[in-house]
Write a protein of this length. Structure first.
Length: 483
């Protein structure tokens, strides 16, 4: 990557907004193509570009797929720099690839207060509460049928009943303006909803053991369990032992947003991973429900300031901070022996770290051949088609990616004498990238993969040996490829 690739997009620049939109446009088009049909995209943005981003998103995703602009309370102690307003809110724009009728889920209500079962605007109806289903504060006694009620509601007890040890041991049949019908009451009781008639006025109330998750409000703050930049900074500093990143996102924000339409086997991609909050959020979600979510975090190797704490701690790039955070989070939970991890296999915790690089292989440049001398030069280059400094592991991953295999593909290194075979997906594919000999061929035949891929240069221009190898493998129905 060329020196000076990272340039600050300053507001003084007359093309400030244009430059930013030009940077975002291809990434958003790519994001849309990567999303599955019911997939969601969340973009955290401040007020500098939120209006421009909304227009850009309408263009790419379509106005009909807009969900909302959520307001996240990012700070409890905003800077007192502005003469007009303190900046507390940051925005999270949400679109769905194809907006559907599925209900988003937010947080579950957890209210200690009871909910009255009466409603003045409802018609008068009758409810029969089964015996031993209602608690009460009324002392032990038999209660005659008749008119009871409150100042606001007329309530009639239609049959005699009895209280013993804080429970109505006989059915309670009431006539009043109820919110529920009898089928609704029966259904709620079957779900474990608690019914209470506290006094002789016979005004019933209910409290569910577990409430349905509510549709998320478009204000995101501590009331829905989401922290601030300050919370995230304190947590990150405790993890690293130093303040290595300014204004990190709290994992609680990521978990909350992903919970809108959660898939325990989903793939979460973060184009601007920063400190790695998304990775931590996904790891913690998997631990909580034994899920199998996967994260892909992308971060440019942006330099840290030479006078920063991060740089003094050995982190020369932001991506180095991202990598280290994931390692520390995995280490933290791998050593944790709390009940939280009782049913989670911590051996599943792991990740792979890739850097963008040029190909390990030389390319045939037909466009550069204008005469015999050019042709001879190209041919001489391909006597050694592998670039200097390339490792077998680098070549293996390049070949896997070019064969369309995912980045979490299972790989095993198999010792064969003084060389190695690389087994992919439990011997489905075998690669020989270091050496080829009779011992290697014998091992390949014994493992019986679907395909065997070998570097052509390992045969050292011995076409006879290569042909014999190919025939042996084909006789055993093993697909042979040389590169």
């Amino acid at each position: 990557m060329k020196e000076g690739f990272f340039r600050t997009n300053r507001k003084e620049n007359g093309q400030f907004h244009s430059n930013w939109l030009s940077m975002m446009l291809p990434r958003l088009y790519l994001a849309k193509n990567l999303l599955r049909d019911d997939g969601l995209i969340f973009i955290s943005i401040d007020d500098n570009e939120v209006s421009n981003l909304k227009l850009l998103m309408d263009e790419i995703f379509g106005e009909e797929n807009f969900i909302d602009i959520f307001s996240w309370a990012k700070s409890e102690t905003p800077a007192n720099l502005s003469k007009k307003s303190k900046k507390i809110i940051e925005y999270v724009i949400c679109y769905q690839k194809f907006k559907n009728a599925d209900k988003f889920t937010g947080v579950k209500k957890n209210s200690p207060s009871s909910n009255g079962l009466l409603n003045q605007t409802n018609p008068v109806g009758t409810l029969k509460f089964p015996e031993n289903s209602i608690t009460t504060s009324i002392s032990n006694q038999k209660i005659k049928k008749g008119a009871y009620g409150t100042d606001s509601y007329d309530i009639e007890l239609l049959e005699d009943t009895e209280v013993k040890e804080g429970v109505f041991i006989l059915p309670v049949v009431l006539k009043a303006k109820f919110k529920w019908t009898q089928p609704k009451l029966d259904d709620e009781l079957s779900k474990g909803t608690k019914i209470n008639i506290p006094t002789i006025r016979f005004s019933p109330s209910y409290e569910k053991l577990e409430y349905d998750e509510e549709v998320p409000p478009n204000l995101i703050n501590g009331k829905v369990g989401v922290g601030t930049n300050e919370n995230a900074g304190t947590e990150l500093e405790a993890l690293f032992g130093a303040k290595v990143f300014d204004f990190p996102k709290p994992p609680s924000l990521i978990k909350y947003l992903l919970g809108f339409s959660d898939d325990p086997n989903g793939i979460i991609l973060d184009f601007f991973s920063g400190s790695g909050s998304t990775a931590q959020a996904v790891i913690e979600m998997n631990i909580k429900d034994n899920g199998n979510r996967k994260f892909i975090c992308v971060q440019l190797p942006e330099k840290t300031a030479t006078d920063s704490v991060a740089y003094s701690k050995g982190f020369e790039t932001i991506s180095a901070i991202t990598k280290k955070r994931i390692e520390l989070v995995i280490e933290k939970y791998s050593k944790n022996t709390s009940n939280q991890l009782e049913f989670y296999d911590t051996s599943k915790l792991g990740f792979r770290f890739f850097t963008l690089a040029a190909s390990n292989f030389k390319f045939w440049r037909g466009d550069m051949i204008e005469n015999v001398a050019d042709l001879e030069m190209q041919l001489s280059i391909f006597k050694k088609p592998i670039k200097e400094g390339s490792t077998s592991y680098d070549m293996l991953w390049e070949l896997l990616i070019k064969n369309g295999l995912p980045l979490n593909t299972s790989i095993e290194k198999i010792n064969v004498g003084k060389t190695f075979l690389y087994s992919v997906k439990q011997n489905e594919m075998l690669f020989a990238l270091d050496d080829i000999n009779e011992e290697v061929i014998k091992k390949v035949l014994g493992l019986n993969p679907n395909s065997f891929i070998v570097m052509d240069s390992l045969f050292k221009n011995d076409d006879c040996s290569k042909t014999n190898t190919q025939l042996k493998l084909q006789d055993n129905k093993i697909d042979f490829k040389s590169i």
